[in-house]
Design a protein around this ligand. Sequence first.
Ligand code: AR6
Length: 231
Amino acid sequence: IQSHTTKEKDSNQVLESCEELKKASVGSSISFENAPTLAFPSISTADFHFNLDKASDIIVEKVEEYVNKLGNARLVLVDLSQNSKILSLVRAKAAEMNIDSKKFFTFAGNITKLYSEGGLHCNVIANATNWRLKPGGGGVNAAIFSAAGPALETATKARAGSLSSGKAVVVPLPSSSPLFSREGVTRVIHVLGPNMNPQRPNCLNNDYDKGCKILRETYSSLFDAFASIVR
Ligand code: AR6
């Protein structure tokens, strides 16, 4: 699975050497010609303090459930660093389960720069958000709202005022957003995972029966939302 990252980069180098294609990819979503792809971060495992081993089991279980229902669409788990613990846990477990590495793989990179820095085109990205769907805070939520510009906040408000845990909301990204024009992202799916951090609202106080149930529900909501876009 790891070598997929290299393959993506190699094929990007070929693309980059072709000036015509490079020009054609600027400012238009039509010229991003890959299969529909959802890039998603590991929900709840950083600021929300969810146990990494339990989360990795759930990610692989849910990916296995959905990956073959999505036609040629791909799912990609993203984290900032190649040394990410959650990426290695998931890679190992996905390999054990023989999950098709063309349809599901892991990728190290900033989720807001997957195309421009990694050559990986993902038309949909998931955001691990907060219940108010507010920009800022930290982690991937702050990164996505900041990279997308004010257009995402406006578009999000038009769809929903808040989110309960386990749920997802799909927000079409206006073409004025740099995430659209630079990265080819046409939709952001906000999801709210279970929280185990006492400093954050609705902490589950280490109740992993409830937490695992909600994390499963979160990934189901996310992949159902992506499936409804792909269909
Ligand atoms: N690109 C890719 N992955 C990232 C990026 C990025 N730019 N930034 C973080 N990650 P977290 P949570 C990874 O904390 O645990 C927010 O403040 C990170 O390494 O963003 O669900 C919200 O407003 C980790 O693997 O989300 C909520 O209040 C994963 O993304 C709260 O944090 C999720 O980390 C949600 O906490």
